[in-house]
Design a protein around this ligand. Structure first.
Ligand code: HEM
Length: 195
C-alpha cells in the first residue's frame, strides 16, 4: 500500500495510534465480507455512506480541496444501483457530525475520509469478486481517486506534515478523527447496516 516517501510525521503517528481501535471496531462490524452480503445490502450500505459523507463534506467546506470531494461519486454509485434522483434526494442525512472549527479539527476529519480510500482499494477488489460490481457500476466511491490514490494520500500527508505542531492543535486533530469514526459507526448502526 502507498506510504509517504518521508518518515511519518508525529501527527500521523498520533492519528494512527489514536484511531487504531476505532478502525478495528468499525471494520469488524461492516458486512462487506459476510457470506449473505448481496447487491441489495451493498446498496443500503452505500445509501448510508451517502447520508454521512454528503453533510460532512458540506461541513468541511473550504478546508477540503475540491478535488477530494467524494459525494458526487457516491451519487453516481447510487444511480448505478438504480436509485432515482428523487430517491437520492430523499435519503436521510446524518445530523450528529464531528465538530469542525479549525484547520486542526478539519485535518482529523479528513484523515479518516482520506485514509478510507486506502482500505477502499481492498473493498473495490472484494466487491468485484463477490458482487460483480465495478467502479463504473456501483463501487466508484471505493476507487474515487483511481490510479491517483497513492498520490492523493501522499499529498494529504504533506498537508498533515505542515500542520501546527502545538500539543493543543495535535490533540484537536486526533480528537476530531476519533469523533469521525464514532459518528460514522453510530450513524451506520442507526441505519441498520452494520453487524
Ligand atoms: C471492511 C472495511 C475496511 C477495510 C477492509 C479497511 C482496510 C484498510 C487497510 C488495509 C488499510 C491500510 C492501508 C495502508 O496501510 O496503506 C486501511 C487504512 C485506513 N483506513 Fe480502512 N478499511 C476499512 C474501512 C474503513 C473505514 C470505514 C474507514 C473510515 C471511515 C477507514 C479508514 C482508514 C484510515 C483512516 C486508514 C489509515 C491510513 C493510515 O494512517 O495509513 N477504513 N484500511
Amino acid at each position: 500500500m502507498p506510504a509517504s516517501s518521508s518518515s511519518p510525521s508525529p501527527l500521523l503517528l498520533a492519528l494512527r495510534e489514536g484511531t487504531r481501535d476505532c478502525h478495528k471496531a468499525l471494520e469488524a462490524r461492516l458486512p462487506f465480507f459476510e457470506a449473505s452480503f448481496d447487491v441489495a445490502a451493498y446498496s443500503r450500505l452505500i445509501q448510508a455512506y451517502y447520508g454521512f459523507h454528503a453533510p460532512l463534506e458540506a461541513r468541511l467546506g473550504a478546508y477540503q480541496e475540491p478535488m477530494r470531494t467524494k459525494t458526487p461519486t457516491l451519487t453516481l454509485d447510487l444511480q448505478a444501483l438504480r436509485l432515482s434522483a428523487a430517491d437520492i434526494d430523499a435519503l436521510p442525512l446524518c445530523q450528529a457530525l464531528p465538530a469542525i472549527s479549525s484547520e486542526a479539527s478539519a485535518l482529523g476529519v479528513m484523515y479518516v475520509l482520506e485514509g478510507s480510500t486506502l482500505g477502499g482499494q481492498v473493498l473495490k477488489r472484494a466487491m468485484a469478486e463477490r458482487l460483480g460490481l465495478g467502479p463504473a457500476n456501483g463501487t466508484g466511491f471505493f476507487d474515487v481517486y483511481g490510479a491517483q490514490t497513492g498520490n492523493y494520500w501522499r499529498s494529504f500527508l504533506d498537508r498533515l506534515g505542515q500542520a501546527s505542531a502545538t500539543p493543543a492543535a495535535q490533540a484537536a486533530t486526533v480528537q476530531a478523527a476519533i469523533e469521525t469514526f464514532q459518528c460514522f459507526e453510530n450513524w451506520l448502526g442507526q441505519r441498520h447496516v452494520l453487524n
